[in-house]
Ligand binder design. Structure first.
Ligand SMILES: O=C(O)CCC(=O)C(=O)O
Ligand SMILES: [Fe+2]
Length: 315
């Protein structure tokens, strides 16, 4: 799949058309992508192009604010601002932290929605409306993808809805800003986002087109081989998260990825789509058998998530 391009490798990921009339063959392509690499693109996802432009404009306006202003919305309950270097996704590294800042926006319509924090309307009048509109559209794209992911697992199209995985889903939108420069420090290289896999069900990622995202398809092989994920205009990048890997008994892969500095400022926005917090994640029937028994016991999603955040943020 990877091919040489001077000194870097480029991964060739399939494009999944959410509106393709032949759902059976689309689900088969999706299944293969999830088994082989855990990353793919989606098109015909229903996210408005102009809204995407506004998302990045407003995101930039927030990150351009003075740090004191941003710190007024410091992250609480996984909502709000995280400053530069406050996170280190690869905890084995000897660096001061990842060179990125971010802003988390939690679900808009659940009993916790009042925990979301917003910049003041005087400072950024269109900010909240833009983020809410994007949040809704990208969540719909995620739901529509899940209705293809279910048949890709030999399950009924409505499986995720029927088991309650979408009752109170936990879509968390994370705006990301990687400043330019800042390449090296004494020890390991400072990365925009160090090597990690995502925790949840699926992640839907849009970027401003600036390169930097890379995947490592064989995490246990040394030295690690990193391949660039190219920008495809109009497409959304999707990756399988750890809880889906666990849910599918490791049939679908949650692939290691990272963001490396390419000497340019970069913006992206990731929607982490998770099941409800009290949802019990238990090996899917179509992913185990007598000869391939479940590798993990059932786990309440919230217990799993808390542990992952504790390790990443050290709190
Ligand atoms: O910014 C990117 O391209 C990737 C971000 C990412 O992997 C994450 O936030 O989990
Ligand atoms: Fe990620």
């Amino acid at each position: 799949m990877g091919e040489e391009d001077e000194d870097s490798l480029i991964v060739n990921l399939p494009i999944i058309d959410l509106l393709a009339p032949d759902r059976v063959s689309t689900a088969a392509t999706l299944r293969q992508a999830c088994i082989e690499v855990g990353f793919f693109y989606i098109v015909n996802h229903g996210v408005d192009k102009d809204l995407l432009g506004r998302l990045f404009e407003e995101s930039k306006k927030f990150f351009d604010l003075p740090v004191e202003e941003k710190m007024k919305l410091d992250r609480k309950e996984i909502r709000g601002y995280t400053p530069l270097y406050s996170e280190k996704l690869d905890t084995s590294l000897n660096t001061k932290g990842d060179s990125k800042e971010s802003f988390y926006i939690g679900p808009l319509h659940d009993e916790l929605c009042n925990l979301n924090q917003w910049p003041s309307e005087e400072l950024l009048p269109n900010w909240r409306a833009t983020m809410e509109a994007y949040h809704k559209q990208i969540l719909n794209a995620g739901k529509s993808l899940l209705s293809l992911l279910a048949p890709a697992l030999n399950l009924n199209e409505n499986f995720f809805e029927n088991v309650g995985a979408l009752d109170q889903p936990m879509p968390v939108l994370r705006l990301l800003h990687y400043p330019e420069g800042d390449n090296n420090c004494n020890n390991d290289e400072v990365l925009g986002a160090s090597a990690h896999s995502d925790y949840g069900m699926i992640t839907l990622l849009v970027t401003d087109g600036v390169p930097g995202l890379q995947v490592c398809r064989e995490k246990d092989r040394q030295p690690r081989i990193w391949e660039d994920v190219p920008h495809v205009e109009g497409a959304i990048i999707v990756n399988i998260g750890d809880i889906t890997e666990r849910w599918t008994n490791c049939l679908f892969r949650s692939t290691l990825h990272r963001v490396v500095p390419k000497g340019r400022e970069r913006f992206s926005a990731a929607l982490f789509l998770d099941p409800p917090h009290n949802f019990s994640v238990e090996c899917l029937e179509t992913c185990c058998s007598e000869s391939n028994p479940p590798r993990f016991p059932p786990i309440r999603y919230n217990d799993y998530l808390k542990e992952r955040y504790r390790v990443t943020y050290g709190a």
